[in-house]
Design a protein around this ligand. Structure first.
Ligand code: ZN
Length: 170
């Protein structure tokens, strides 16, 4: 397994719209290794979700684990939200926008159809943090970031703060 570099805002590659995964590809060793690498990268960061777009793979899938013990890995391939209900506000962060947190309003419960890592078709109805996380990661596949929900002024503040952080690290 290997740690993958995570793209960071404002990298333009984060704006790429991801293409569907060929279902025949899911069970190949190459794809399975990529999933393992993405889990390792996510746990190491640490984070609770990582979309392929964030590691410069522009295909429609993501890995998620919202458990405290980091022992409930979930893979969503070619996810599609088929139903949603209600609204919730959650303070989100993102491995591609380090150190920034902001309130975002999303659907409270969603039903999502997807392929699991065995390539089997699944349907899940869920709410709370997992619903937030799925919606956040699916945005990445569309080239969208959670800070896009902020006002242009706030987004500009985020960009400046990140530029300053990077300068400090360098
Ligand atoms: Zn993110």
């Amino acid at each position: 397994m290997a740690l993958l570099p995570i793209l960071e805002f404002p990298d333009p590659r984060l704006r790429t719209k991801a293409a569907p995964v060929d279902p025949a590809e899911v069970t190949t060793p190459g794809f399975q290794t990529l999933l393992d690498d993405m889990f390792q990268t996510m746990y190491d960061a640490p984070g609770i979700g990582l979309a392929a777009s964030q590691v410069d793979v522009h295909k429609r899938f993501m890995v998620i684990d919202i458990s405290e013990e980091k022992n409930l890995p979930q893979v969503f391939i070619n996810p599609e939200i088929t139903a949603h209900d209600g609204g919730q506000v959650y303070q989100e962060g993102c491995l591609s926008v380090p150190g920034i947190f902001a309130d975002v309003t999303r659907a409270d419960t969603i039903t999502v159809r997807y392929l699991d890592r065995q390539g089997q078709s699944q349907e899940l109805t869920t709410g709370g943090l997992l619903a937030v996380c799925i919606q956040h990661e699916m945005d990445h596949l569309e080239g969208k970031l959670f800070i896009d929900y902020l006002s242009p002024l706030k987004r500009e503040m985020v960009r400046k703060k990140l530029a300053k952080q990077r300068k400090h690290v360098a």
